[in-house]
Structures are given as C-alpha cells and as structure tokens.
Design a binder for this molecule. Structure first.
Ligand SMILES: [Zn+2]
Length: 202
C-alpha cells in the first residue's frame, strides 16, 4: 500500500467530515479492541468522509447521544466525578450555544467553574485533556448542526475561520491520540449498547 495522503480540505463541510470520519475510525478500532488501526478501520474512515462530503451519508442523529445520557451513570462528562454535578453547556449559552438538551451535559462543579464561557474543546485542549469519543461525537454533531443552520457548510474554511463563531472551528481534530490513550467514555467500564453498534452507523 502506498503512503496515505490526507484529503485536501477546502470547505467547512469537508473540515467537519474529516474530523468526524477520523473519530469514527477511532471508535471502530476501540470497539474492536484493536491497539493499531487496521485496514477495515481506514475503510470506515474513507467511506464516511466520502459520504459526508458528497452528502450521500449523514452524521447520525443526536438521539443516540441523548439516549446515552439515560443509560450511563450520571457523572461529570469531563473528569468522571460523581460529586457536585450540575448541567453545563458544551457550547456556552453566552456565545450562542443552544439551550436545548443536546447542548447540555453533566459537569462537576470544579470542571464547570474552570470551563466558564469556553467551548468544550477549547477548554479541554487548554487543560491538555482529550475528550472521550462519545463526548467529542456529541460536540462535533452540535458544531455541524450549527454550521448547517447558519449556512456555513459550503463556505470556504479559511473564510469561515475568520468569523466569530460560538466555538473554535479551527481546532476540530484530524489527528487523534494513540488508541491506548483514547476511551469511548469517561467511565472506562462503559460500552455502547450492542443494538446501537448493530446499526453500523457512527
Ligand atoms: Zn469534572
């Protein structure tokens, strides 16, 4: 196999799609218990990126992420603490984050007060933390929905990055930490249910 060349990213849609497709690859590898990406995982990424770019596929609905809220023990989505929980906006309300449940997660008081008005990813990256896969999935979905509702998806990425948005679009990751450092959920024992895996959709 030749050396892999990452795709050229021009639009906001491609930017989000490439980040999301890389996340789907990590998710598939972790669920397979793999410690290295295999061909099948690269294929999942490639297929999803192409599908999202060409709009023959869609990012799965937030319904699954909402269901997760009811199936996992209530704990801080950032650090896993069970104590002093309150609701936190992934994308702060003051910056234009929605006040609906999709944007609301559990956070402990220390995390909540440290995060303040930063978006989830900016705050975690500042703290040298990397979100769990399922937390980042929810975040990217909310970013994608915002960009869709504000007709930004087909905009040139460089142009969009100069706009004032409620989140830092630039830092959506393409490169993820090594698999042994990634986790599906903040609480390590958690497994996403078999039926949602069976949908074969990320
Ligand atoms: Zn916390």
């Amino acid at each position: 196999m030749g050396k892999f060349t990452p795709p050229t990213i021009t639009t906001v849609r491609e930017h989000i799609a490439w980040s999301y497709a890389n996340l789907a690859r990590a998710d598939a590898a972790l669920k397979d218990g793999a410690n290295k990406y295999r061909v099948v995982h690269h294929m999942i990424r490639g297929k999803l990126f192409k599908g999202l770019k060409e709009q023959t596929m869609r990012i799965s609905s937030l319904y699954r992420d909402e269901r997760l809220k009811m199936t996992v023990p209530q704990a801080c989505y950032y650090c896993g603490s069970y104590k002093n929980l309150s609701v936190d906006h992934l994308i702060p309300k003051i910056k234009g984050g929605a006040d609906d449940s999709d944007n609301l997660i559990w956070a402990c008081r220390p995390c909540n007060s440290s995060k303040r008005d930063k978006d989830m990813l900016s705050w975690m990256f500042n703290k040298k933390m990397f979100p769990s896969i399922l937390l980042l999935r929810r975040f990217i979905k909310i970013v994608a929905r915002y960009c869709d509702e504000n007709e930004l998806l087909d905009e040139n990425l460089e142009v969009a990055l100069k706009k004032s948005l409620p989140f830092d679009l630039a830092i959506l990751p393409y490169n993820y930490p090594p698999l042994e450092k990634m986790r599906l959920w903040i609480l390590p024992e958690f497994q996403e249910s078999k039926e949602s895996q069976a949908h074969n959709q990320f």
